[in-house]
Ligand binder design. Structure first.
Ligand code: ZN
Ligand code: ZN
Length: 220
């Protein structure tokens, strides 16, 4: 049976003590897949990828906070051919515990180096599906959203949550920049866009525009 491609399937895995959502992005009938973020104890994702007979073509990082990269060494070890891609603003964070916030957790984390970078507007193909990188800084300077217009689906990292927004009290955070990212870059996506955040349940752009207590569309 040949299933149609062009329909991304998002499998979420909530990993580690910070309940970080990490994702396998795949398509019916396609051997390639992506792993998006690699939290603590990612073995369950690796086992799933292998059980499906898939080969990750990339390991994409929404940002480089420790809870999103703690499993990177294990994932990269399992799939060494898959390039690690992250926004240039946080490339060095992977090896810098003070910046990836692991220093404050008592277990300094030095993750594998990135193989390449993600830029605002960059197009990524997974099978027949076109995805776009949207730079959504504020929670962290190199935060990115991965957006598939045809679905429409957005993997937003820690920028926007169901009924909440990302923290902006870290030294490397910027509240006004975060608010601008949400209003100008996320709330301008179609209302039907399914939002998969880095923590908590999925939501939609339309729902957050109408009810998010921190950032409403009316404030534009
Ligand atoms: Zn974060
Ligand atoms: Zn997080």
């Amino acid at each position: 049976m040949t299933e149609p491609t062009g329909t991304p399937l998002i499998e979420g895995y909530t990993l580690g003590p910070f309940a970080t959502n990490c994702f396998i992005v795949r398509e019916p009938g396609l051997e390639a897949c992506w792993i998006v973020d690699a939290g603590f104890r990612p073995e369950v994702m690796i086992e799933r990828v292998r059980a499906l007979g898939l080969t990750p073509s990339a390991i994409l990082l929404t940002h480089a906070h420790a809870d999103h990269i703690a499993g990177l060494e294990v994932v990269k070890g399992a799939f060494p051919e898959a390039p690690i891609l992250i926004h240039a603003a946080e490339r060095e964070w992977l090896q810098t515990p003070e910046l990836n916030l692991s220093a404050g957790l008592g277990t300094p984390l030095v993750a594998p180096a990135a193989d390449g970078t993600l830029e605002d507007g960059q197009k990524l193909m997974l099978g027949e599906s076109a995805w776009r990188v949207i730079h959504t800084p504020g929670h962290s300077p190199g935060g990115v959203t991965l957006y598939c217009e045809s679905a429409p689906i957005a993997l937003v990292g820690d920028t926007l949550f169901a009924g909440s927004i990302g923290r902006y009290d870290f030294p490397t955070s910027d509240g006004p920049v975060l608010f601008a990212s949400i209003r100008e870059k996320l709330y301008t996506l179609p209302d039907a866009t399914i939002v998969h955040p880095g923590h908590g349940p999925a939501t939609t752009i339309g729902s957050e525009k109408g009810t998010n207590p921190y950032v409403r569309a009316e404030a534009v």
